[in-house]
Design a protein around this ligand. Structure first.
Ligand code: HMG
Ligand code: MG
Length: 301
């Protein structure tokens, strides 16, 4: 008996966005730019660079234009988040051509994160998605609180799939489906991702796990079994949504790379160079890096 594993998996590095948005202090733009350069040197080819959100809500991302100006290149896919039409207009003044929009399955979360009920949020986002698609943009839809909401509790699979359908009908290229507060268990990951892969065979399906309860690697393994070959991860396990109570870091990229490489699955990421990138950012963070792979590497240096 052998495991049925893919030969190759794509990691979408979300540290510069999901990671740094949740830091207490503003990290200097030049440090962020060096961090992104090191992540690319490590072989990460798809990255969420920043977000064009309100600087009043998330001051840590207020340098989005500068980050994009310094970090776009022809070899990597640079994705930026937008929350609304204003964010979309800001992006259209930059050369960036890959945009992520985000919406939670629960109204309660959307009111905290986007100051709108889901129906109002979709009324703004869906025409924006259609317009951007018409202009040739790559669109990723991030589906938050896909398993659990910090305010509403358990989310029904049917509700998550319904929201995914709304974005698919608008023409998005990718769904990044998120366990925002790290509460999903592997059987839930397997069940939802199996259905998403079956229902949306023509779109990229990406799994986004936060590691709040240390179940992210198990959830990734379950999603792999369901057929997912794309995972969001954040170098050093940074991250969390400032508007989701209890949300902590994303699964650490180095932990995912280590696990996959031990199973013979290629990610194209050089672990040593990734550790260098984490060393570069860690002195600027308000908390220590607690990923096991980083700790073991650092102890051995
Ligand atoms: P609002 O206060 O209702 O917005 O916030 P508003 O339209 O009333 O505008 C308020 C002020 O912000 C105005 O400025 C606007 O011009 C400005 P003023 O007139 O007072 O000077 N403004 C903007 N400025 C720059 N760029 C913009 C923008 N929009 C408005 N795009 C809003 C509504 C959506 C703007 C706000 O709630 C917001 O920015 N939310 C973003 C929250 C956020 O970034 N959350 C984290 C990302 S999502 C996430 O982490 C989850 C994910 O990782 C998946 C998962 O794990 O679940 C993706
Ligand atoms: Mg997240």
């Amino acid at each position: 008996m052998t495991l049925h594993l893919p030969k190759k998996v794509t990691i979408i590095e979300v540290g510069p966005r999901d990671g740094l948005q949740n830091e207490k202090n503003f990290i200097p733009t030049a440090v962020k730019i060096d961090f992104i350069a090191k992540l690319k040197e490590a072989g990460l080819q798809e990255l969420e660079l920043t977000s064009f959100v309100s600087p009043k809500w998330v001051p840590q991302m207020s340098d989005a234009e500068d980050i994009v100006a310094a970090c776009l290149d022809l070899k990597t896919k640079a994705i930026v988040l937008v929350p609304n039409r204003k964010g979309m207009e800001r992006v259209m003044h930059t050369p960036c051509r890959a945009v992520a929009v985000f919406a939670g399955v629960s109204d309660e979360f959307n009111r905290k994160n986007s100051n709108k009920a889901t129906s109002e949020l979709l009324k703004e986002l869906i025409p924006a998605v259609i317009e951007l698609k018409g202009k040739g943009y790559f669109i990723r839809a991030c589906i938050s609180t896909a398993f659990y909401c910090p305010y509403k509790g358990k989310i029904a699979e049917a509700d998550t799939i319904r929201l995914c359908n709304v974005f698919i009908d608008a023409g998005v290229d990718e769904l990044s489906v998120a366990d925002t507060i790290g509460m999903a268990a592997p059987h839930e990951s397997f069940s939802l991702f199996s259905k998403l892969i079956r229902n949306f065979p023509n779109q990229l399906i990406t799994a986004h796990f936060h590691d709040t309860r240390k179940m992210a690697l198990a959830n990734i393994y379950a999603a792999l079994e369901a057929g997912v070959v794309r995972f969001d991860a954040s170098a050093g396990g940074l991250g969390g949504c400032p508007f989701a109570k209890g949300a902590t870091g994303n699964v650490a990229t180095e932990d995912v790379v280590y696990m996959l490489s031990r199973m013979g699955v290629d990610t194209g990421v050089d672990l040593e160079k990734l550790i260098d990138a984490i060393h570069l950012i860690s002195p600027h963070l308000s908390r220590p890096i607690d990923s096991a792979v980083f700790r073991l590497h650092t102890a051995a240096e």
